[in-house]
Write a protein that binds this ligand. Structure first.
Ligand code: RP5
Length: 178
């Protein structure tokens, strides 16, 4: 994982080689998104992690999205709760694929608020929206890996191994019942 501080420098070699950015709307989103960061790590993908708010730091959000491709980022994962406009706001300013993760936040509507805010993008601005919460956080990482694996044979191999191991676990659990 690359810290916000590292990424803020923007020009470091380390920042350049991170193909995935995980952006959260608040530090309160980090617990759910750790699943995403850990899953990326399991594929040896170091993520650039940032806390950027579409509403509280809109200028930084715009600058981040506009400069992401130049820094070598290939996929952006954006997670937020409540009126979760982060993924859409970033997608509005980049042609990189943006994966949205709607999160449950205290005082919210169990993530339905964030789900609708993330998924209901107007035609022409795409956000690939995952499930609410930790399931979505994990799937965002898998989806990012799937995108990167299109042009990375090593990653494609790891992805195939992951799918096989996952399948094996279910088969073993089924066998244990019989
Ligand atoms: C959203 O508002 C964040 O993504 C977070 O899920 C929610 C609440 O933020 P905090 O008040 O906890 O910072 O923008």
């Amino acid at each position: 994982m690359v810290s916000e501080k590292n990424e803020t420098r923007g020009t470091s070699d380390e920042a350049r080689i991170c193909p995935v950015a995980v952006v959260v709307g608040s530090d309160s989103d980090m617990d759910a998104m750790q699943t995403c960061i850990d899953t990326l790590s399991s594929f040896s993908i170091k993520a650039v992690v940032r806390i950027i708010s579409a509403h509280r730091t809109p200028q930084i959000a715009a600058e981040f999205a506009e400069s992401a491709a130049k820094k070598g980022i290939k996929v952006i994962i954006a997670a937020a709760g409540m009126a979760a406009h982060l993924a859409g706001a970033l997608a509005a300013r980049t042609s990189l694929p943006v994966i949205g993760v709607p999160l449950i936040s205290a005082g919210g509507l169990e993530g339905i608020d964030a789900l609708l805010s993330t998924v209901q993008m107007p035609p022409g601005v795409a956000v690939a929206t995952m499930a609410i919460g930790k399931a979505g956080a994990k799937n965002a990482a898998i989806f990012a890996v799937q995108i990167l694996a299109l042009t990375d044979k090593n990653l494609a191999k790891k992805l195939a191994q992951f799918k096989k191991a996952q399948q094996q676990k279910v088969i073993e659990k089924d066998s244990a019942l019989r």
